[in-house]
Design a protein around this ligand. Structure first.
Ligand code: ZN
Length: 148
């Protein structure tokens, strides 16, 4: 099995069985995101320990990439500080958009599976929607996030 097959399997698995799916009630912060290009919708919930994300969950529906990306995000950000989450998003964004970006397994872990998305520029917003939505939740922005 080559890396591409492995990455595709991760996406398929997280789309079929999204991790941390459901609402947190009560949640310390939450935000809604919408990608009108594809119709992806999600709500992200986080509980915080000071500056650190203790728990992250999501609800919503959308294409396989958007659901898998949100599922991977909730696993990846758990236990991380805001600054670490921001750095991780920068790495993921580079991975999604730049052909010269190399996935560092040490920092990206399973998120590296999203690297296949850069072959499909129209899907970048599907994969990044959950990250923009998480930022909005952490910044406690009230209005829903849209990728437009
Ligand atoms: Zn989508």
């Amino acid at each position: 099995m080559d890396l591409k097959d492995l990455y595709r399997d991760v996406i398929v698995d997280h789309n079929r069985r999204p991790r941390n799916f459901g609402r947190l009630d009560p949640a310390d912060a939450q935000a809604e995101g919408f990608n009108p290009l594809c119709g992806d919708r999600l709500t992200l919930f986080v509980n915080l320990d000071g500056d650190r994300i203790r728990e992250a969950t999501f609800e919503g529906s959308g294409c396989a990439i958007s659901v898998a990306s949100a599922s991977l995000l909730t696993e990846a950000v758990k236990g991380r500080t805001r600054a670490e989450v921001k750095a991780l998003f920068d790495d993921v964004h580079a991975l999604l958009t730049r052909h010269d970006a190399v996935a560092d397994p040490a920092t990206l872990g399973k998120l590296a599976a999203l690297s296949g998305v850069r072959e499909f520029p129209a899907r970048v917003k599907c994969a990044s929607l959950c990250w923009h939505t998480l930022n909005a939740a952490l910044e406690r922005r009230a209005e829903p996030v849209t990728t437009e």
